[in-house]
Ligand binder design. Structure first.
Ligand code: ATP
Ligand code: MG
Length: 231
């Protein structure tokens, strides 16, 4: 039996290229990264550095061109489409700059959506969904539709939704990019609280150095590579 340490989420020699107008754009150019269970990691870097692409590939939303994504040492890049979708739904939570809430559903229904998509019994998840909405300060807004919520509130619903399946990793791509500074501050606080209280590992892409500073580790990307890793 191997006693080798296995990170929660890792990538090895990750490359991602896109074909564009007959030429190839190399967006990730050999990224190695180990993310440990329970840590908070911020990814910084200028626009076009490859931050979102890295998050998408780590989150199996996109396949690598070369290299591997490992989850507890298992190569998830080689999973079948079905197994990969199940892995993504069960183990990972996502928050993006835009909330992608469904307009015709209430806050509570939006939070429940990943469970419903996974074919789970609504009753089994309803109490948790309500608790998560409480946790993000929206216990009094469960029956509101997205149009009846402020931008900051919408993003907090998205945060609760990302947590409903008890993911071990939360991948957040500029979750406060569209928010004013007080709402951005609230999202930052909530990400750290979810990490502390629920133990979820948080990987955050941000342009905000102050936000990044409150995370345990900071990475800086440039031209598809990690050029600084504070650990
Ligand atoms: N589907 C695609 N096809 C072609 N090129 C792409 C594609 N997706 C991303 N790119 C290119 O890859 C590079 C990195 O994009 P990415 O979105 O990862 O950057 P980023 O670091 O997240 O930037 P930002 O801070 O502006 O969000 C960019 O030059 C972009 O144009
Ligand atoms: Mg981006």
């Amino acid at each position: 039996m191997s006693t080798e340490h296995k990170s929660l989420l890792a990538c090895r020699n990750l490359e991602k290229s896109f074909k564009k107008d007959g030429s190839v754009v190399h967006v990730l150019r050999g990224v190695d990264l180990d993310i440990e269970e329970g840590e908070t990691l911020a990814i910084l870097g200028s626009s076009g550095a490859g931050k979102s692409t890295l998050l998408h590939v780590l989150g199996t939303l996109e396949l690598p061109t070369r290299g591997d994504v490992l989850y507890l040492g298992e190569n998830v890049s080689q999973y079948s489409a079905e197994k990969m979708a199940r892995f993504r739904n069960r183990e990972l939570g996502f928050v993006f700059q835009f909330h992608y809430l469904l307009q015709e559903f209430t806050a509570l229904e939006n939070v429940l959506m990943p469970a419903l998509i996974a074919g789970e019994d609504r009753n089994k998840y309803e109490a948790r969904a309500k608790q998560l909405l409480e946790d993000v300060g929206l216990g009094h807004r469960v029956g509101h539709r997205p149009a009846e919520l402020s931008g900051g509130e919408q993003q907090r619903v998205a945060l609760a939704r990302a947590m409903v399946m008890r993911p071990r990793v939360l991948l957040a791509d500029e979750p406060s990019g569209n928010l004013d500074s007080s709402n951005a501050e609230m999202v930052r606080g909530l990400l750290l609280e979810l990490n502390k209280n629920l133990g979820v590992t948080v990987v955050l892409v941000t342009h905000d150095e102050n936000m990044a500073k409150s995370f345990q580790r900071q990475l800086v990307m440039r031209d598809g590579q990690i050029i600084r890793n504070s650990k």
